[in-house]
Design a protein around this ligand. Sequence first.
Ligand code: UT7
Length: 338
Amino acid sequence: MTEPGSTAPTYPLPVRIAGTGSYLPEKVMTNHDLELTVDTSDEWITSRTGIRERRIAREDEFTSHMASEAAKRALEQAKIDPADIDLIVVATITPDTLTPATACYVQQQIGAFKSVAFDVSAACSGFLYAMELARHAVGAGAFRNALIIGAEKLSAFVDWNDRNTCVLFGDGAGAAVLVPSTNGGGRILSSCLGTDGAQAELLNIPGGGSACPSTPGCTPTKTATLAMQGREVFKHAVNAMRKASTDGIAAAGLTIQDIDLIIPHQANLRIIDAIVERLDFSRENVFINLDKYGNTSAAAVAIALDEAHRQGRIKPGDKVLLVAFGAGLTWASAVIEW
Ligand code: UT7
């Protein structure tokens, strides 16, 4: 109820990011390590992708564990007690179990017992899909706040004998806390999401779902490992991320000259370079960490956002463009005024 004399809030409320966090497993796997197991070279991986090393989770370290660590760091920065969190959305394609959702395990692990928790599956675009859902949920006043997380244990779904894919992916998690922006501070200005299900076959994990289950008596004909038509995906990635960027910037009422920092999905340096060139943007103002972590799918933009924030690359008032692309095919952008 509104106090006498005070003004009733106008919905939708603007929503801002109050804290970010990330977590990377300790174990580093370098390109040279991979040279010992598949027919590849550091030179090929570095020149074709920009990746030098990636992190690999322990066998007993699941997606939910990494998600929870990232979440705790984001909550600490936001100065919000886990018990006060209303909504948890985990974006992942590598859940601990098919059901329940990884978000349910996170809820238990961090002690956010009052929250509603569920997952979204939108591959590398998942963190930005989660952000858009949470922005509307909090902006509408249905939830006081939201914890959004991108987390992946891709090492558990990679065919370590397939050089086309195993050199690309890594494990990790990133998180952000969303709250209403009531004091005129920063806010998420716009978002732009897209999906093209006609291209679903280009990048998928064909086995392990209801189409090819691994139940007793059923012989899976397809494995539960990542399969990708890399060259085709590459072309779609460049076009979709360029368009998502320009559409997101226009929806925010801005031009590319207004953007201070771009945080793109971290799949391939050549994809990032192609987008930056098409947007006519300065490469210096693009945040890149794929050399250290490889492609961590839904976690990639979330980890990069946290690192950029903690390294002081984002200052109050800055306009930041987040943009991603992944299996589905899916793509997404968000423009944030910090
Ligand atoms: O995060 C979701 C979205 N994912 C992406 O955006 C990924 C998009 N795709 C890519 O990043 C690139 O297509 C890849 C990095 C996956 C591949 O790079 P490419 O330049 O498109 O290589 P390619 O697949 O056309 O393969 C070129 C050659 C092939 O040999 P031939 O047929 O020319 O003799 C491959 O067999 O490179 C070979 N190759 C490798 N050689 C050494 C493929 N993987 C490797 C490897 N080491 N690891």
